[in-house]
Design a protein around this ligand. Structure first.
Ligand code: MOS
Length: 808
């Protein structure tokens, strides 16, 4: 047995190795206030609290238009407007940039490119530890490494002038002698993918898979491909930067999933102390990895602003979203499954290749997730990265799992067909009791229950397993299923609370540098605080989205709720205790001299069961009418140096915080497709997902996350694909008109079932997280349904109708 190295995923976690972080880094980020170190398991307090499932607290501001997005934040006479100029070629060097015509346009203030840009220190990339998806600094070199590479930034008095002048810039390139290889397939020199030189594999092995294949009754051996997908949040990557008059401090307004990370990156690049940089991101208009990591244009905008001594607002276009930020890399998988006639697996082998850039050797793994799935005496997962002439990829909703589960779960379906076993029964038969390569138990694992419940809701028992056997008039009907898995991450979080009287009513402010990307973080902290302090949620205000607040978890890796809920509960419990202390020590109050434990707070009142008084009444006699606390929470077992590093924005790492258990959420996905007999149009009239993700803190927001994930999974199965011109390396559909996304007519019934699951290992509240789980496995369920409808196995995403014609 050998365990693979597990230190490569800085942004999502799996970094148990100690990080070196100067002590000063923590000091620089510490907030003033009553900071206390409290043992993690104090958050277990207040058993029996009901958290409810309130609607989103930020909903009214968003739908009425009062929410302030980053680009809404700055205005006024000192604001200039910037645009980016990006490369028209994918590989070569800039021969010349002719700027004279643009420079002579009235209102143009500055054009920055590699000839006049500041020198910048090397970037800390997220692999293994850092904040950016890439180490490449595109503005500082004449070298072109990918199409759409930003090469210059132009600043003018207004946006129209900036756009017009940018169009007058003439760039001449010297093309590289060998053409770009911008897709994974071109870079792998197929058809011999196994033989091509790729970066060293990330290997997780138990047993000896190669020997097992000789002894098997049935072997499935197939290759699967997934498409490049790009983030298309409605809110663009635009930012605004403002220096203080003495140029010592910088404020950046930018939509971010990781305020502390972006702050650390900007400070490092611009030579500032961390506390000289403030990043503000009060609301985020959509994000699922695209806004997790620092992008090069923000530093360029800050340098431009410093040069011209003005505030700069940088407008990023929809097309530029495709090349300046990260994306889901194209992947190729080879999956080999060996089984006995009775369906028991003998071996599972998954080799996974994901594309990366020329600059960034590490990439997104895939097989490290699939090895957790099925029991076999021989299991091997190997991850490889393939350098391409493209921008560096990065996280996108279930970055590791979406693509690799398409491969594994398609292969499992192929095995079920080969064995003539029901695909659900095949999976249940191969449920492991321990993690197949790490050989530790699961903290909890309810995949079988998910399949049983999902099958019941879907009506799976009525399925005729024969492909092409089910019809609805001219439409062939196919039913497919697949498994979902997502790791459970958790990180430290700090929360500051202030309970005070406002107009005679109690008002609780909850402050933390959390980011709500639409998943519901502001709602979760509000409901937890409200339940603990005994207030209606209307009396609680969550103040988030500002790096000057205490560290509040990165909004990535589905860890937000698991991380901030214990921290919020612990801090709220402390406020509650202080409130009770005040009530028993209040000589004028009804509970003078009583024991705290006899009292309860609920619905704005404090009561001993017979007498009651209001929280407002108690607060009115507290010094300053205010109770304030700030507490830091960290997951049990997290090494202090990891915690410091996370809190300093140096890394996003979040465990696993135990090596005694494997921690994952699971789900079972069911999809029905209907395919027109003649035109091969593919429709998906219904989907069912049954999930077990520990304790669900808010069924309403969790339902929304899981449903959204399933719809994105359908999009990966049938719609989304960034197409690359193989000759030029350019994206040919880098816009919302031609990049296919599902619309309401593509999505019909979506049933989300959340099973109750108790987990006492993952964190004190037993939360696993649901942000990404819903997307995993859907594309495989679509492919399996397409096979069931037609008898045709499509091993490439997205599945298009032309895959289903005879000649294809
Ligand atoms: Mo997520 S892909 O960790 O934002």
């Amino acid at each position: 047995m050998s365990n693979g190295r597990i230190t490569r995923r800085g942004f999502l976690g799996v970094s148990t190795a100690a990080a070196f972080v100067p002590v000063a880094a923590r000091a620089a980020t510490a907030d003033p206030g009553t900071t206390a170190e409290v043992a993690s398991d104090e958050a277990k307090g207040s058993p029996g609290l009901e958290f409810g499932s309130p609607a989103r607290v930020d909903g009214p501001a968003k739908v009425t238009g009062s929410a302030r997005y980053a680009a809404d934040e700055v205005s006024g006479a000192d604001v200039s407007y910037a645009v980016l100029i990006t490369s028209a070629v994918a590989k070569g060097t800039i021969h010349s940039i002719k700027k004279e015509a643009a420079q002579s346009v009235p209102g143009v203030r500055l054009i920055l490119d590699h000839t006049n840009m500041d020198m910048l220190p090397p970037i800390n990339a997220v692999y293994p530890k850092g904040q950016s998806h890439t180490v490449f600094q595109p503005f500082t070199t004449s070298e072109i490494r990918y199409s759409g590479q930003p090469i210059a930034i132009l600043v003018a008095d207004d946006l129209e002038t900036a756009r017009y002048a940018a169009g007058l810039i003439n760039v001449e390139y010297d093309l590289a002698d060998d053409g770009p290889k911008s897709t994974i397939k071109l870079a792998m020199d197929r058809p011999s993918p196994i033989a091509v030189p790729v970066e060293e594999a990330h290997d997780q092995t138990f047993g000896n898979v190669d020997e097992a294949f000789d002894k098997a009754d049935v072997v499935v051996d197939a290759e699967y491909e997934t498409a490049i997908e790009h983030h298309n949040s409605i809110e663009l990557y635009s930012c605004a930067v403002r220096w203080s008059p003495d140029e010592r401090t910088l404020t950046v307004y930018e939509p971010s999933q990781w305020l502390y990370g972006l702050r650390a990156h900007l400070a490092q690049q611009l030579g500032l102390e961390q506390n000289a940089v403030q990043v503000v991101s009060r609301v985020v208009g959509g994000a699922f990895g695209g806004k997790a990591l620092a992008m090069p244009h923000t530093v360029a905008a800050a340098i431009a602003a410093r040069r011209i001594k003005r505030t700069v607002k940088l407008h990023v276009t929809r097309e530029q979203m495709f090349t300046i930020g990260s994306y889901r890399p194209g992947s190729v998988s080879r999956v080999k499954l060996a089984a006995q006639r009775n369906g028991k697996l003998l071996a599972v082998a998954h080799d996974y290749w994901a594309q990366t850039s020329r600059s960034d050797p590490a990439g997104i793994p895939g097989a490290e997730a699939t090895v957790a799935m099925y029991d076999a005496p021989h299991v091997r997962g190997r991850d490889h990265s393939v350098p391409t002439d493209a921008n560096a990829p990065g996280p996108m909703r279930a970055p590791v799992e979406m693509s690799s589960f398409f491969a594994l779960e398609s292969a499992m379906d192929e095995l079920a067909v080969a064995l003539d076993i029901d695909p659900i029964e095949l999976r249940i038969l191969n449920e492991p009791t321990v993690h197949p390569t790490k050989r530790v138990p699961f903290s909890s694992r309810s995949l079988t229950e998910c399949y049983r419940r999902g099958a019941e809701l879907f009506g799976w028992a009525a399925r005729d397993h024969q492909p092409g056997s089910m019809r609805n008039g001219d439409w062939l009907v196919g039913w497919g299923c697949a498994s979902a898995l997502y790791p459970t991450y958790v990180g430290p979080a700090s929360v500051r609370m202030k309970l005070r009287l406002t107009d005679g009513k109690p008002h609780l402010e909850v402050r933390l540098a959390g980011q709500d990307i639409g998943t519901g973080l502001a709602t979760i902290v509000s409901q937890v605080a409200a339940a603990s302090v005994g207030l209606a949620i209307e009396h609680v205000q969550a103040i988030i989205g500002d790096s000057n607040l205490p560290f509040g978890s990165m909004a990535a890796g589905s860890r937000g709720t698991a991380s901030v809920s214990p921290a919020t509960l612990m801090t709220a419990n402390k406020i509650r205790q202080r409130l009770l202390e005040a009530s028993v020590s209040d000589a004028q109050g009804p509970f003078a001299g009583r024991n705290l434990n006899d009292l309860d707070v609920k619905a704005g009142t404090i009561s001993d069961g017979r007498i009651e008084t209001t929280i407002a009444d108690v607060l009115s006699r507290v010094h300053g009418n205010t109770i304030e606390e700030q507490l830091d929470w960290a997951p049990p077992g997290m090494p202090p140096e990891t915690r410091r590093s996370v809190q300093a924005g140096t890394e996003g790492a979040v465990g696993p915080i135990t090596d005694t258990h494997a921690m994952y959420a699971f789900g079972a996905q069911f999809v029905e497709v209907q395919i027109h007999r003649r035109t091969k149009v593919i429709r998906a009239p219904r989907m069912v997902g049954a999930f077990a993700a520990g304790r669900i803190m808010n069924r309403r927001t969790a339902h929304s996350q899981l449903m959204g994930g399933m719809i994105w999974g359908l999009a990966s199965g049938l719609h989304e694909e960034t197409l690359v011109d193989p000759r030029s390396g350019r994206y040919v559909n880098g816009n919302l008109a031609e990049y296919l996304l599902p619309v309401c007519a593509d999505v019909k019934d979506v049933t989300v079932e959340m099973l109750d699951e108790k987990d006492e290992v993952v964190n004190p509240l037993g939360i696993k997280g649901v942000g990404e789980l819903g997307v995993v496995g859907v594309a495989a369920a679509v492919a399996n349904a397409v096979y069931h409808a037609t008898g045709r196995r499509v091993r490439q995403l997205p599945i298009r109708l032309d895959h289903l014609f005879e000649a294809s």
